[in-house]
Design a protein around this ligand. Structure first.
Ligand SMILES: Cc1cc2nc3c(=O)[nH]c(=O)nc-3n(C[C@H](O)[C@H](O)[C@H](O)COP(=O)(O)OP(=O)(O)OC[C@H]3O[C@@H](n4cnc5c(N)ncnc54)[C@H](O)[C@@H]3O)c2cc1C
Length: 502
């Protein structure tokens, strides 16, 4: 695709399609590019994916949308982390928060690293991550992460939202930026002699032609997988989950800015608070439990056994395509791959793919060399997320079902993850190892440390010894007090959400 060519078809109107449309239109509005989004309402969107990471805020800033414009319309709430419950059976470590980082954490993180490192070496120091991060305190006190003017420190945050409503909102912002919209069901595509996509054929008998095709068609990967036959690399050997059952429940009232992820017998359940309801889903492995049994377990867990509220059942495949950009087609969203939703990373991958593509395109980097650099970069990000998520399962101490036993003893993990775990078990500092394995491209060192310490991957309590004065150089009570006083600057979560409606 050369810089003088200007027409783009985005196939698919799920969150991936609309994020792509907005980013491309914002960046290329003044270049007169012709962007059309095509979707088939009969096929519909997946309709889950309601948790995000901090880059979504950057996306909203880039496309010029204020929180007061989109959040109330999408029943959105704030998110500063994920609380993991019952993933570990180790005393004192059955729950922890994986926080998004805040600037004041720079004063407490050195203590976290120091204490957790020495605890791994057998010194009895406070090493649970929940004592060291501002986000965890905001969750505990149900405060919103929006910083007031008199508190000159930023805190990274993401959102929870209704994905259907967000799609509708983004469709309107894209239209304002000149994106055209067409409903049609694409049934086939013709290739030119070089193997590029020449045109799309629709069930309605039309031929649609563009210079660049963006495949946002979801799991079916209509263009990237079906037409261009780009191979799909599964990671089902290391991630067993392939199914989900989803229910809304009533919003009980007050709630903190976090997703809750609770391990159940054959997977885990998310609870995502929106202003009007909770989104709940049980992600499980059909290799270990059948769909009916999983639904019953989840209903029981939610107290919905006698309720006639209808469940939605979903199937998914985990892995990624070998090339995200192939010929004149860019795959974005579920069509390019999916690493299960445990850390809500999918939309970040959407943004990263599109932003990096725009960057490459603007630099005129359309040669095979640049395309392959782009593909390697996006694949590395996928693989780093995969390793982090596989780690959640591999280090579990649960043994209550075959599912957890198989996860905890799974030897089919990547060499990169194996080297991190070996370094951790040997009591080494894992920073260099993360760099060597390029595993910090997505989750930073501090996230890996939260994961391993939060699940209590330490020597057993009876093996710990007191340690000398140097070991006890940080006073955890003082740190807690510092965090508590930082938190005094933040408003209650519900109050902040309410203020957006005024
Ligand atoms: C159980 C589960 C939980 C998840 N939780 C999270 C989360 O918390 N956070 C997160 O970031 N992500 C999450 N995800 C991922 C998230 O749902 C997706 O990344 C996001 O919704 C984007 O999906 P999409 O737009 O790629 O696909 P879809 O929503 O499936 O959209 C596909 C679009 O393509 C159109 N289409 C398909 N084929 C054709 C055709 N032939 N002709 C015309 N149109 C066509 C459809 O009509 C539709 O508009 C989750 C996924 C699952 C399965």
């Amino acid at each position: 695709m050369n810089n003088d060519k200007k027409s783009i078809i985005i196939l698919g109107g799920g969150t991936a399609g609309w994020i792509t449309a907005n980013l491309m239109a914002t960046n290329w509005q003044d270049k007169g590019f012709d962007i059309t989004l095509v979707e088939s309402p009969d096929i519909g969107i997946i309709g889950v994916g309601e948790g995000s990471t901090p880059p979504l805020k950057g996306f909203m800033d880039t496309i010029g949308v204020e929180e007061s414009e989109w959040m109330p319309e999408c029943n959105a709430t704030y998110k500063v982390g994920i609380t993991f419950r019952d993933w570990s059976t180790k005393p004192g470590f059955t729950q922890y928060v994986h926080p998004f980082l805040a600037q004041p954490d720079q004063f407490t993180v050195p203590a976290f690293f120091h204490n957790s490192f020495l605890r791994r070496k057998g010194i009895d120091l406070e090493g649970h991550p929940d004592h060291f991060f501002l986000a965890t305190e905001l969750i505990k006190q149900k405060l919103a992460p929006v910083t007031p003017e008199n508190f000159p420190f930023e805190i990274a945050y993401g959102y929870h939202f209704d994905s259907g409503l967000l799609g509708k909102f983004l469709a309107r912002t894209a239209a304002k930026k000149g994106v055209k919209y067409k409903t049609a069901k694409v049934t086939d595509a013709l290739l030119d002699p070089q193997g590029n996509i020449d045109c799309l054929k629709t069930a309605e008998g039309e031929t649609l032609k563009a210079d660049l095709y963006v495949d946002c068609s979801g799991f079916r990967g209509q263009l990237i997988q079906q037409v261009l036959k780009v191979p799909f690399q599964s990671c089902a050997e290391s991630l067993f989950n392939d199914s989900a059952v989803v229910f809304p429940t009533e919003q009980e009232g007050d709630f903190g800015p976090h997703t809750i992820s609770t391990a159940l017998k054959y997977g885990w359940a998310w609870k995502i608070p929106l202003t009007n309801r909770n989104g709940n889903g049980y992600v499980y492995s059909s290799g270990f439990v059948d769909d009916d049994k999983a639904e019953t377990e989840f209903r029981q867990y939610l107290g919905l056994l006698d309720s006639d509220v209808e469940a939605r059942r979903l199937k998914f495949k985990v892995g990624r395509v070998e090339q995200h950009w192939a010929k004149n087609c860019l795959a974005v969203g579920l069509s390019q791959g999916f690493i299960e939703p445990l850390e809500a990373t999918a939309l970040d991958m959407v943004q990263e793919t599109v932003v990096r593509f725009i960057e490459a395109y603007n630099n005129g980097n359309h040669t095979d060399k640049f395309r392959s650099e782009f593909n390697d970069r996006i694949s590395a990000r996928f693989d780093a997320v995969r390793d982090y998520i596989v780690c959640h399962y591999r280090i579990t101490s649960r043994t209550d079902t075959d599912y957890w036993i198989a996860n905890g003893s799974n030897e089919k993990i990547s060499p990169s993850l194996r080297s991190i775990l070996m370094a951790w078990m040997a009591g080494k500092n894992i920073t260099d190892e993360l760099l060597d394995q390029k595993l910090d491209v997505y989750f930073p060192n501090v996230s890996w440390n939260c994961l391993l310490t939060g699940k209590g991957i330490y020597p057993a309590q009876e093996q710990l010894r007191p340690g000398n004065e140097m070991a006890h150089q940080y006073n955890v009570d003082e740190l807690r007090e510092f965090i508590r006083r930082c938190a005094l600057n933040f408003r209650p979560h519900l109050e902040q959400l309410e203020s957006l409606r005024q």
